[in-house]
Design a binder for this molecule. Structure first.
Ligand SMILES: O=C(O)CCC(=O)C(=O)O
Ligand SMILES: [Fe+2]
Length: 319
């Protein structure tokens, strides 16, 4: 259970589409870029979404010319977006071949492609900008009913071979009563530190299910760092700890290399990252992240949740 599924991707084919889009449009935030994206993604050919048994995988084959990237920015807001426009385009092409990329009003200025770099002062947070702490296994944006179905993490740079981790809930072994306990709404999950203006939210926290079911099997909604576990009842807490232990047991280390794109089913897989020491000298680890919605994938138990007032940005439309 410790191997990482790898799917090959053709560098020239993807780059040809990315270059063609960027030749027409200056930046990936052009509305026309997004208008032309679906057709360009179609031309990439079939990209299979994560599926049961392979609900995360690494797309490998893209080559990143390190000297063309420029220095790793000290924070997402300092990214030279012109210089990495090709990689933003690549990430959006892959995302559009799998579903519909979207953003968040409250994250990274609403951008569709997030830059994940270690940030001074954020070392011990439970967010992508941290470094010295173990980033605990979590579903992305678990606090929100509109979170991604699929998440892409593309690696531009990872000089110290820092390991991302992924764990599938369907590999865990839990007792029937533990599954039943975790399938009842119990505790809320609160907005994470990447949503600074949502904290504290004036809205009443919503009790949420940790485990739930999709047509094809068990799913989870898990983010212990933002769950007020001190409010848990004993039976819930022991089931939750069992789940956390099992996720740890089945987790797989994914040391992303430049050009790798990790594709994760955000309903069945949690991800985290080992601690590392940031360099803050322009050579740091640098990932690009895109959230993807798969139309028709409902989470029935979550209808009506307020999502703490956080709103998605969904400019990507398929004709
Ligand atoms: O840095 C990583 O490998 C993962 C960070 C993370 O959880 C994220 O960007 O959502
Ligand atoms: Fe994450």
């Amino acid at each position: 259970m410790s191997t990482i599924p790898i799917r090959r991707i053709d560098h020239n084919r993807v780059m040809k589409q990315a270059s063609a889009l960027l030749a027409e449009h200056q930046t990936v935030s052009d509305p026309e870029f997004l208008r032309d994206l679906p057709a360009a993604a179609d031309d990439l050919g079939e990209l299979r979404p994560p599926e049961p048994g392979e609900d995360f995988y690494v797309l490998r084959g893209l080559r990143v010319p390190d000297d063309e990237l420029g220095p790793t920015p000290p924070g997402w807001a300092q990214t030279d977006r012109q210089r990495t426009a090709a990689w933003d385009a690549v990430m959006l092409l892959l995302a559009a071949a799998l579903g519909r990329p979207f953003g968040w009003h409250g994250q990274q200025a609403g951008r569709l492609v997030h830059d994940i770099v270690p940030g001074k002062g954020h070392e011990t947070e439970q967010t992508g900008a941290s470094s010295t702490v173990d980033l605990a296994a979590h579903n992305e944006d678990a606090f929100h009913p509109g979170r991604a179905n699929i998440m892409l993490l593309g690696c531009l740079r990872n000089p110290d071979h820092v390991t991302t981790r992924a764990a599938r809930v369907r590999d865990t072994r839990l007792a029937t009563d533990e599954i039943a306990t975790l399938s009842r709404p119990a505790l809320p999950i609160l907005p994470d530190d990447a949503y600074a203006e949502a904290q504290p939210s004036p809205l009443e926290p919503t009790p949420m299910r940790t485990l739930w079911h999709r047509e094809d099997g068990l799913c989870l909604r898990f983010d212990p760092a933002y769950t007020p576990l001190e409010q848990a009842e004993d039976a819930f807490m022991s089931a939750y700890e069992r789940l956390a232990g099992e996720l740890d047991r089945v987790s797989v280390g994914v040391p992303l290399e430049p050009g790798d794109v990790l594709v994760i089913d955000n309903d069945t897989v949690v991800h985290g990252r080992e601690p590392f020491r940031a360099r803050y000298d322009g050579t740091d680890r640098w990932l690009k992240r895109v959230n993807v919605r798969v139309p028709g994938r409902e989470r029935p138990g979550e209808r009506g949740e307020h999502g703490y007032g956080q709103r998605t940005i969904e400019p990507y439309q398929v004709a």
